[in-house]
Design a binder for this molecule. Structure first.
Ligand SMILES: *Cc1c(COP(=O)(O)O)cnc(C)c1O
Length: 374
């Protein structure tokens, strides 16, 4: 049996090696390392895949979030609402820009922002909402967009974990994750569903003015060479990464299907177990399973992780600490408002999830989990 990894990028690379190597060598020979045709072509291909008007490539997913917030020209102290249960980058950039993060609880079953809690958190200072499509499934965007419209708020989708997912609105319209809000962001970190071989990210929008502004912000606020109209940053996707992404983008749907079929295998193995809850699939979103995350109900989550480690099965706790309790973003809060987040911190465990899991590995993983949980 091949060694089980949380993410197996080596095996995935072997299958696309010839094409990737050739494309990367071409970039070397062209010496167009920054911008250049690979980046521009990738941008167009991603716009087409997503059905969005503008893709602005940038250096990573955290920058994408920061640049999105910069483009909205919020004032220090303005409030931005996001989920308490997510990767820290989402709240980090809010603080970096001296905005105020307002953290709310998530839904226990989908791990995504709780709509009632979101509504309750709105104040006259609220300017934006950042729903996170956590673990690969869209937040309830129909509800988020309704709330945003009612209160005149911007919506930035943190789509770092959800690229390729489809959301279906009640009128039957289907849209790709990251293209529904004012702005969407993603990460091409190697382990993400569409990962490059280094850091990378992108911002999406259908708004021409915001797109223009963000294309300037990623490049030192420069719209005409050496004329700086606003304070920007240096955040670029390089040509080598774009070349890799151009090979992988046409495979994204196949990759997501492979993840879903691994998830199906896990679902079946753990169905109806009294102490294991499998991830719930929302009715209005497809799931691209950036993570496959179980909830362990018998209080032995950490013991399970240790047991699996002994069997050389990696499993991760995403995430062990609520953002509101992190030193860097600590805020006074009433734990009674965060019942789901606090339960999840103690219950969640993410199993190996990637595009190269085979049946032998899946059987070994599920047998081992069930052996411990029997
Ligand atoms: C990965 C991730 C980010 C940050 O992306 P980087 O490219 O690592 O900067 C932000 N938000 C979420 C939810 C993520 O999973």
């Amino acid at each position: 049996m091949r060694k089980i990894q949380m993410v197996d990028l080596q095996s995935q690379y072997q299958k696309i090696k010839n094409e990737v190597d050739e494309k990367v060598l071409n970039v070397m020979q062209s010496a167009m390392f920054i911008n250049g045709p690979e980046v521009q072509n990738f941008q167009k291909e991603l716009e087409e895949y997503l059905g969005v008007k503008h893709v602005i490539p940038c250096a990573n997913g955290t920058d994408a979030l920061q640049i999105a917030l910069m483009a909205l020209q919020l004032e220090p102290g303005d409030e931005v609402i996001t989920a308490d249960f997510t990767f820290a980058a989402t709240v980090e950039v809010i603080h970096l820009l001296r905005l105020k993060s307002v953290l709310v609880d998530v839904d226990y079953d989908t791990f995504n922002i709780d709509i009632e809690k979101l509504k309750a958190a709105i104040t006259p200072k609220t300017k934006a909402i950042i729903p996170v499509h956590l673990f690969g499934q869209c937040a309830n965007m129909e509800a988020v967009l309704e709330v945003a419209k009612e209160h005149n708020l911007y919506v930035i989708e943190d789509n770092c974990q959800g690229i390729g997912a489809d959301f279906t609105f009640s009128d039957g319209t289907v849209q790709k994750s990251g293209t529904m809000g004012t702005i969407g962001t993603t990460s091409f970190f190697p382990s993400k569903n569409l990962g490059c071989y280094g850091d990378g990210g992108a911002i999406f929008t259908n708004d021409d003015d915001l797109a223009y502004k963000m294309r300037g912000i990623v490049n030192h606020g420069m719209y005409k060479r050496y004329y700086h109209d606003e304070v920007g940053v240096n955040s670029r996707l390089d040509s080598v990464q774009a070349a890799v992404l151009r090979v992988k983008l046409p495979l994204l749907d196949t990759y997501n299907t492979a993840r879903r079929s691994a998830a199906d295998y896990y679902d079946k193995a753990f169905a109806n177990h009294p102490h294991i809850l499998t991830p719930k699939r929302a009715e209005n979103s497809t799931h691209v399973f950036h993570q496959y995350t179980l909830r362990i109900l018998n209080g032995k989550r950490n013991e399970l992780q240790a047991f699996l480690a002994e069997k050389e099965i990696p499993a991760m706790i995403y995430y062990p600490v609520a953002l509101r309790k992190q030193k860097a973003y600590y805020q006074e809060s009433n734990d009674a408002d965060f019942v789901n987040t606090d339960k999840l911190l103690d219950q969640v465990i993410s199993l190996p999830m990637h595009t190269e899991l085979d049946e032998e590995q899946l059987k070994y993983i599920t047998d081992s989990v069930l052996e411990f949980m029997k």
